[in-house]
Design a protein around this ligand. Sequence first.
Ligand SMILES: *Cc1c(COP(=O)(O)O)cnc(C)c1O
Length: 223
Amino acid sequence: MKVEKKFALIKENIESACKRANRKPEDVTVVAVTKYVSTERAIEAFNAGIEHFGENREEGLTSKWEILEGRPIWHFIGTLQSRKVKNIIDKVTYIHSLDRLSLAKEIQRRAKTRIKCFVQVNVSGEDTKHGINPDEVIPFIRQLDSYTNIQIVGLMTMAPNTSDEDALRNCFRSLKEIQEEVKKINLDYAPCNELSMGMSNDYMIAIEEGATFVRIGTALVGE
Ligand SMILES: *Cc1c(COP(=O)(O)O)cnc(C)c1O
């Protein structure tokens, strides 16, 4: 199916989810995750009007960034090795996977502009998942006060790999609660107004629970 058609369907779903949650569709940004697809498919997505793109590897980001001449807004969404920061930092506006101080240090050192970062939180507590434990989010963010090249725009999580709707909802709800706690401490470098949560299988639930960025791969650009 053409990306244009899939995008239209997803926009309809977003509208319904927003209606159920009494939210505005404009407050939800779709990030097209192009990690599994060809550069041609990414171009098709760009031509279909998608403005935000996400990649989880340096190679995928660099090749698509070059072809699209940096026109879309790029998000780095995957585990980020510190040694790769220098290769991606000039290409991305957002990093969704800030999960340790050593990575923050490298971003601070290499960035030429202020990077919008999400702190990745391991809400579900699964060992296989990256991210900071919920209890450590505020202490971690407090440590970033001298990191002038980092703005904490929000929190990100990967939900458990399950179709259990309650488990997914609980995960998203917990991230929202942690966000409220961060907002309460009112740090100028951590407005934390955004929530990056929801992928192909669970983005509607995530939106009902407050997602402002949904990261959609398969359902949007999958071939
Ligand atoms: C791959 C990936 C996605 C998109 O996954 P889909 O299930 O294909 O929508 C979202 N977020 C992250 C961090 C990913 O690695």
